[in-house]
Ligand binder design. Structure first.
Ligand code: CA
Length: 230
C-alpha cells in the first residue's frame, strides 16, 4: 500500500503521541499539531491523505476547523475522522453534516483507530480526488469545460448554478447544508453576508433547467439539499 500522510490535531499530548507512534509503526507519515488555530492552514500546505481531528481544541475547536477545511477547495476533499469524548457528541457531529467521514470516541484502542483509518483511506482512495466529470442518469457534467448536458443537449447555467451543481454532484448522496452550499458556490466571505435563501432560489432555477434530472436534487427539510445519483 502506498504510504499515506496523516495530520493529527490533538491537544492532549499523551494521546497525540500515542497516535503518532502507532501510525508511524504502520508506516504512515504523520504531521502533528496540538492547537486548532493553524490546522486548516497546515492541511492546505501539507495536503495530508487524512486528518484526525480532536473536537475540543484550544485556539479553534474541531467543528470550526472542519468548517474551514470543507470550505477550502485545497482541503475540502481530505477525509476527516473526528476524535470525541462522548458518543452523543459524535452523533451530533455526523448529524451536523460538516463533512466528517467518521468519528472515534475516546477512550479508543489503537486497534480500533487503525481500523477506522484504514477503512476511510480505502474508501476515499477508491474514487479519484479530483473529478473531471460526473454522470448520473442522462445528466453529464464536465467540470473542466464547465458544461452540463441532459440527454446530450447542453444546459445553459449561470456560474452560480454550475457551482451549486458541482458541489452537490461531488457530494452525491450526502446532505449539504445551505451554509455549505453558499460557501462552496459563493466563497467563504460572501457566505457570511448572503442569506441562505439565496441558495433556495438558485437551486430552484437549477432544478428547472436540469429538466427530468432536476428531481435528483432532494430538499432535506430544515437542513439543506442532497444530490441523488442512483
Ligand atoms: Ca482535546
Amino acid at each position: 500500500m502506498m504510504e499515506a500522510k496523516i495530520l493529527i490535531v490533538e491537544d492532549e499530548k499523551d494521546i497525540a503521541r500515542m497516535i503518532d507512534y502507532n501510525l508511524k509503526k504502520e508506516s504512515y507519515k504523520t504531521v502533528m499539531l496540538h492547537d486548532g488555530s493553524f490546522a486548516a492552514m497546515t492541511a492546505a500546505k501539507e495536503r495530508p491523505d487524512l486528518i484526525l481531528l480532536d473536537l475540543m481544541l484550544p485556539g479553534l475547536d474541531g467543528l470550526d476547523v472542519c468548517r474551514r477545511l470543507k470550505a477550502d477547495d485545497r482541503t475540502s476533499s481530505i477525509p476527516i475522522i473526528m476524535l470525541t469524548a462522548k458518543s452523543e457528541e459524535s452523533d451530533k457531529i455526523l448529524g451536523l453534516g460538516l463533512g466528517a467521514d467518521d468519528y472515534v470516541t475516546k477512550p479508543f484502542s489503537v486497534k480500533e483507530l487503525l481500523a477506522r483509518v484504514q477503512a476511510v483511506l480505502r474508501r476515499t482512495r477508491a474514487k479519484p480526488s479530483r473529478a473531471e466529470s460526473f454522470k448520473a442518469g442522462v445528466l453529464e457534467v464536465d467540470f473542466l469545460k464547465v458544461e452540463a448536458r441532459v440527454k446530450g443537449a447542453a444546459v445553459e447555467l449561470t456560474s452560480k448554478e454550475f457551482e451549486l451543481l458541482k458541489a452537490l454532484a461531488l457530494s452525491a448522496g450526502k446532505v449539504l447544508s445551505r451554509e455549505d452550499l453558499l460557501s462552496k458556490a459563493w466563497g467563504m466571505d460572501a457566505a457570511l453576508e448572503l442569506e441562505t435563501r439565496t441558495v433556495d432560489v438558485h437551486v430552484g432555477t437549477l432544478r428547472k433547467k436540469l429538466r427530468s434530472e432536476g428531481k435528483r436534487i432532494i430538499t432535506v427539510k430544515n437542513y439543506g439539499y442532497r444530490f441523488e445519483d442512483k
